[in-house]
Design a protein around this ligand. Structure first.
Ligand SMILES: [Zn+2]
Length: 304
């Protein structure tokens, strides 16, 4: 805020684009758009400012779906929203940019995941989705075309592509191990894999408020972090596990709020690290839970 003593007509200052508060230090403002003077003094001001746009885009999508008769389209990505977002950021298939006459830019990031289109409408900052107006998924080409806005921006083939491969490879390794420890036959007491999707809502709560967090190096020397939490579902106790890849070699940021909010205390020390969810699953079996809670306990109580 302004300090009247130090301030005079000659000192430059900056105003929050939302609440109009005055700041002498540019570092006090947050930016979510590239090449833009729109600075905000706090998260709340960002939310306040963009809320009408959020509503606008929501309404647009609603109308579009009514016109296309796609109001009740069910799209299964087979992965959680967090994972889809991480993969989209790591390696989008298409990026589109719509610029108005005031040079304000809206971006559309598109990724094909399990033969469905995952679409994020957003602002972009430092070449990544920044403020997200809308995320949607569709199986319909015409719906996808509606999000190919403005001009196509070339997707840089960068280290991100490698990252996606690494994530895919780790995922298969974890899956293979899971199949090894948990017998999925007709006598299995564990939750069948085809029901994992019903538990995806537990990813956020597990990462935000884990009972335990473990870190270990896998055989390739990569750091994996496992978040575990127990839940009660349909009257039965289950464990939920989220396994993530921790990476410091890439300049990518995690965007998911769930992941961000976890970035406190212990994690703050390693702030430069990026965390990508690789695989998450529920289990009824203590043996499976024990098999996967390995490595160094970063947070939580020591259990036997
Ligand atoms: Zn403000």
């Amino acid at each position: 805020m302004t300090n009247i003593e130090q301030n005079n007509f000659k000192s430059p200052f900056y105003t929050c684009f939302s609440c109009r508060s005055i700041h002498t230090n540019l570092q006090d403002l947050l930016f979510v758009e590239e090449n833009s003077a729109k600075g905000f003094c706090k998260e709340e001001c960002i939310e306040d400012f963009y809320r009408p746009l959020l509503k606008h885009y929501e309404k647009l999508e609603e109308t579009l779906r009514i016109n296309f008769h796609l109001e009740d389209e069910t799209v299964l990505l087979g992965i959680s929203e967090e994972e889809a977002m991480a993969r989209l950021i790591a390696a989008p298939d298409e990026i589109w940019r719509l610029t108005n006459d005031l040079s304000e830019e809206i971006y559309s990031y598109i990724k094909v995941i399990n033969r469905a289109f995952y679409i994020v409408l957003c602002t972009s900052y430092k070449n990544e989705p920044s403020y997200i107006f809308l995320t949607t998924k569709t199986n319909e080409q015409k719906m996808l075309d509606a999000f190919r806005i403005g001009e196509k921006v070339s997707v840089e083939v960068s280290v991100s592509r490698d990252l996606e491969e690494v994530i895919e490879r780790k995922k298969s390794e974890i899956l293979a191990r899971l199949l090894e420890v948990s017998v999925f036959d007709e006598f299995s007491e564990d939750i069948p894999m085809d029901q994992y999707i019903l538990y995806h809502d537990l990813v956020g709560p597990t990462m935000e408020d884990a009972d335990e967090i473990y870190e270990y190096k896998d055989k390739h020397g990569d750091l994996l972090v496992t978040y575990t939490k127990s839940f009660k579902r349909n009257e039965e106790a289950i464990f939920y596990l989220v396994i993530c890849l921790k990476d410091d070699s890439l300049s990518l940021k995690n965007l998911s709020n769930e992941i961000d909010s976890m970035t406190s205390d212990d994690e703050r020390l390693q702030n430069s690290m990026t965390i990508f969810p690789i695989f998450s699953f529920p289990t009824r079996l203590g043996s499976v839970y024990k098999e996967f809670k390995q490595g160094k306990l970063l947070s939580g109580h020591l259990s036997n």
